[in-house]
Write a protein that binds this ligand. Structure first.
Ligand SMILES: [Zn+2]
Ligand SMILES: [Zn+2]
Length: 374
């Protein structure tokens, strides 16, 4: 299946700035999030597609590569991954691309372990207040019996092929190239008696269990780097890093925009007309907003400091409550009568006095027809 262009997926131009990308991704994520579309395969596919596009375009380096080479550059590394708690090998993507461009032989000695990326899904409350998360990362870990050396008795010998240099010269046509010694894998040392558990590799596949401290205020796309917690390296090499990336689940009440939270507050039309004190939810309990008489649907009430405390600065966002005037349903006989009587009082009245919106609307319709017919 051919992939759609990442810019097209997010509906942004090729020159879109970072915050524009973030907004576009947030829109798509909220619309297609699996939590909001349970069992909907098409929505899930759209969600993954947007996520993948955002991951590439929001990363300056990856974006440059994508702009130059298109999807071909990422064919082996990305996509497909399991939804939610998946991980990818970051080195697979970059190691190979740069290896090809710069012609290999980029590093002396054994290559360090791969960097890993792990996506941790959080509830909004967890992201806002911070949380300790236990994660299980399937990866290569240092072999315990040999302590990662690969040698059963811990004894290593200088490699006879490269004489300990780790590199050998190879003739390729008219070129002589330096490359990692094939006998010792660039380590310069060989193992006399390989460890029985790891067969001399120094590392084994396992599930690494970590307790990760997620700071308060993180948002979707934020990454926490855990140095040295990635894949174990071969004997003598450093381990890679682990990047824990945050993915915040959609919340039933609050939507987040940066450090501000939005929520919809339904009010009865009589409350909106007469004015009322309305109880609204916040992340730290209830609060009261004073809805003045004559309030229209869509009016925003700002509760300062009731949003999200930023993870990067000392600022705290606001909570914005959007009033939605609700039409009453299942009326009793008495309520119907009262409403009919009430409605009758509007007869012969001019709209502008009691219905600012309809009169504005009717004026608009009139001038529209006047333009059409003149
Ligand atoms: Zn060697
Ligand atoms: Zn071992």
């Amino acid at each position: 299946m051919s992939k759609r262009d990442y810019y097209e997926v997010l509906g942004v131009s090729r020159t879109a700035a970072e915050d524009e990308l973030k907004k576009a991704y947030r829109r798509a994520a909220q619309k297609f999030h699996p939590d909001r579309n349970p069992g909907d395969k098409a929505a899930e596919a759209s969600f993954k597609e947007a996520k993948e596009a955002y991951e590439v375009l929001s990363d300056g380096g990856k974006r440059r590569i994508y702009d130059q080479h298109g999807h071909a550059a990422f064919e082996n590394g990305m996509g497909g991954g399991n939804p939610g708690g998946g991980f990818h090998d970051v080195n697979d993507i970059f190691g190979d691309i740069f290896g090809d461009i710069f012609g290999g032989g980029r590093q002396r000695g054994p290559r360090r372990g791969a960097d890993l990326r792990y996506v941790v899904e959080l509830d909004l409350e967890e992201a806002v207040f911070g949380v300790d998360k236990r994660i299980e990362v399937p990866t290569l870990v240092a072999c315990k019996p040999c302590d990662g050396s690969g040698a059963e008795d811990g004894k290593v010998e200088t490699c006879g092929t490269c004489r300990g240099r780790g590199q050998v010269r190879m003739q390729r046509g008219i070129f002589a190239v330096q490359q990692a010694c094939p006998a010792c894998g660039g380590r310069g040392q060989t193992i006399a008696k390989p460890c029985k558990t790891c067969h001399g590799n120094g590392r084994v596949q396992d599930e690494k269990v970590l307790q990760v401290k997620i700071p308060a205020g993180v948002d979707t796309g934020d990454r926490i780097r855990l140095a040295g917690e990635g894949e174990a390296g071969p004997p003598g090499a450093q381990p890679g890093d682990l990047y824990v990336e945050v993915d915040v689940r959609a919340h039933p009440i609050f939507q987040r925009e940066g450090n501000d939270l939005y929520c919809e507050v339904p009010v009865r039309f009589s409350q909106a007309a007469l004015g009322a004190d309305i109880v609204v939810p916040t992340l730290e309990g209830e609060a009261l907003i004073k809805v003045p008489h004559g309030t229209q649907t869509g009016k925003l009430f700002r509760l300062r400091g009731k949003g999200v405390k930023s993870v990067r600065s000392h600022g705290t966002g606001d909570l914005l409550c959007r009033v939605v005037v609700e039409t009453p349903v299942n009326l009793t006989a008495r309520q119907r009568e009262l409403l009919k009587d009430f409605d009758a009082t509007f007869e012969g009245e001019h709209g502008a006095r009691h219905s600012p919106r309809s009169s504005g609307f009717l004026d608009g319709v009139k001038s529209f027809w006047d333009r059409m017919t003149s």
